[in-house]
Design a protein around this ligand. Sequence first.
Ligand code: G6P
Ligand code: MN
Length: 446
Amino acid sequence: MRLTILGGGGFRVPLVYRALLGDRGQGRVTHVTLHDLDPSRIAAIGRVLAEQAREVPGAPEVRITTDLDEAVTGADFVFSAIRVGGLEGRAMDERVALEEGVLGQETVGAGGIAYGLRTLPVAVHIARRVAALAPDAWVINFTNPAGTVTEAMSRHLGDRVIGICDSPVGLGRRVAHALGVDPSAVRLDYAGLNHLGWLRAVRVGGRDLLPGLLADDAAVTSFEEGKLFGGEWLRTIGAIPNEYLHYYYFHREAVEAARAARSTRGALLIEQQRRFYGGTGGSALELWESTRLERETTYMAENREAAGAGERASSDLASGGYDRVALALMRAIALDERTTLILNVRNRGSIAALDEDAVVEVPCFVDANGARPMVVDPLPGHAQGLVTSVKAAERAVIEAAATGSRRAALRAFAVHPLVDSVALAGRLLERYERELPQLGYLGGGN
Ligand code: G6P
Ligand code: MN
């Protein structure tokens, strides 16, 4: 099986490769093609992979290219994890929003809209090239904002593009741990959009263990989401939200904490990554691992500080999130190994409040035919409201990128629930246009 990784010089690529090395089964990935526009980043990651593969018999062969058409031709799976505009773009998305007094975050609110506008033309170009050159390939999209990007790509690839995220998996693992049950034995009733979902039931052998967990304050506040939101709020809504909902439910506190911080997440990561990609001598793998650990340790640090949640649990630093979802997804499709995974796919009636083609994040049945969303219980009323308005903002981003409409871009900012004024939306748009002329909607296509 041949896997192509777009964004092959990306920092998380060794996680995927590590998962591949651990797969000894039949029909496993034998060839990996790394595609990236930056040869120096790809070379740094290539050194890590070479060390990982040392003494692993039958390790997947790694090939490197900067040519997109060459990369996708012949691929069975195309894994897309690109960052258009790099970390500099991310830092700018975050900083501009914060300077205007609203949330500055990579995927949520104004920052996520700017990121989407910049990313979609590139993602759509990739979708078109895959459709033309590798029409039977499956695209696994990890490129953020993952829900918006997957939906834009699905207009060209249909159900052959599937979006993934590690946050629902992490939530499921933490909940299973708090309940003292095996994570593989629980059925998660989770639904929403990417970075905007709720866990409403945790079934083990047909019994829902969530009400009992919510009632046990010590147990429910023993892990990340409980610490962020507090047991009382979880009992009030009768569900456990994705950690990204901290930006909504504690919007004010999250904005204040981000504004008080020394630098944005993106700016911090620029510094951190410079040390890795610029590193010379010694073991590339060791340097990568220590950088990764540092990155995980500081993840959502401001939110945790605002909530008084303390340090991240050491079990959350181990990672093994999205790389495992990616591998499980590839195996299920390639080998017809039936499984259930929480994925980003077209809705097809799964969430009643949204239309058929809206990409949602829900449990899916996966086999050789791809991923089919399961019908889930209706979301609580306020959650339906949020999902519907965030989807409207996402769609405006897709429209703006596809047509070049400035009005659609303005609408994207203005209707987002975390942008509280149309005047502000106009200012945000102007500032993003000034700071980064290559915002997608100006060009259309790439
Ligand atoms: C989680 C999310 C990803 C996101 C990442 C950001 O893993 O699911 O979608 O890209 O966090 O982490 P970072 O270290 O880049 O802030
Ligand atoms: Mn994610």
